[in-house]
Design a binder for this molecule. Structure first.
Ligand SMILES: Nc1ncnc2c1ncn2[C@@H]1O[C@H](COP(=O)(O)OP(=O)(O)OP(=O)(O)O)[C@@H](O)[C@H]1O
Length: 246
């Protein structure tokens, strides 16, 4: 069982309140998105949840433990999380384990079976510049999955990828999350990305920002490869664009 509970989080900078009473949850095997326009406070919220910063008020509880303001409990990946160019893919992927003090042999043993899962078999000893953008992103995700137990926090992980690569990676990510029984909390400003990937979407809006809406993606069409062309998808998109007032 996985459960992340963010409860009544407030955050301010220099006396200016950015987040007001933000509460949300992520449960076992869910992909949940936080969607909001640029500058609304998504990264501020992400940093609180990841424990990088302490909120002014409120708590972050993971699997029953209060982890407010404590980094290291949740694995996270930032948009600009780059692979180190001078290390092979394997040596990049096992880095968090090595930092934790796990032996290189054990770390490789743990990582090896996952290379196939992540479509990276045969690339263990290549360097990042020998891989395509999509493959590098999958390698960075593999590193994040290995450093986390049950829940992954992703801040705009796919925004640097081109449209076609993104499409493939969305499908791949939902499949792999299910297979690995991993839960994800994803921050995005892409409406399409949120609808395509998520079981639930929280909309962050207002100044200071709060969760104004929660949208459940329950359409039976959502597992189809052309979900984004269906009337259900367009219905969700219209609803969200209306809420965001854009
Ligand atoms: N360390 C900080 N000190 C002061 N103000 C900050 C700090 N971090 C963020 N802010 C302010 O908080 C507000 C929200 O910023 P944040 O980066 O969280 O937005 P965002 O929704 O992630 O935006 P984007 O989608 O453009 O990345 C902005 O007005 C920003 O200037």
């Amino acid at each position: 069982m996985t459960e992340l509970l963010v409860q009544h989080v407030d955050q301010s900078f220099d006396g200016k309140q950015i987040l007001n009473d933000v509460s949300l949850s992520v449960k076992t095997n869910e992909i949940v998105s936080i969607l909001g326009v640029s500058g609304i406070g998504k990264t501020t919220l992400f940093n609180v949840i990841a424990g990088i910063t302490h909120p002014l008020d409120g708590t972050v509880v993971f699997n029953g433990n209060d982890i407010t303001g404590e980094a290291g409990h949740l694995g996270y990946m930032l948009q600009k999380d780059l692979l180190l160019p001078f290390r092979t893919i394997m040596n990049n992927v096992i880095l968090p384990d090595l930092v934790k003090g796990i032996s290189k042999k054990d770390a490789i043993k743990r990582a090896t079976p996952l290379f196939e899962f992540f479509g990276l078999s045969g690339y263990e000893n290549k360097y990042p510049n020998e891989l395509s953008g999509g493959m590098r992103q999958r390698a960075a995700l593999l590193r994040t999955f290995l450093s986390t137990k049950d829940l992954t926090l992703l801040d705009e992980p796919f925004s640097a990828l081109d449209e076609l690569t993104k499409r493939g990676i969305y499908r791949w990510y939902t499949d792999i999350s299910r297979q690995m029984q991993n839960s994800t909390l994803l921050i995005t400003h892409s409406v399409d990305e949120a609808i395509t990937l998520s079981d639930r979407i929280y909309i962050l809006s207002g100044k200071p920002a709060t969760i104004s809406h929660e949208i459940k993606i329950t359409s039976e069409e959502r597992n189809k490869p052309d979900f984004e062309l269906t009337s259900d998808f367009i219905k969700y998109k219209k609803e969200i664009l209306n809420i965001l007032n854009v």
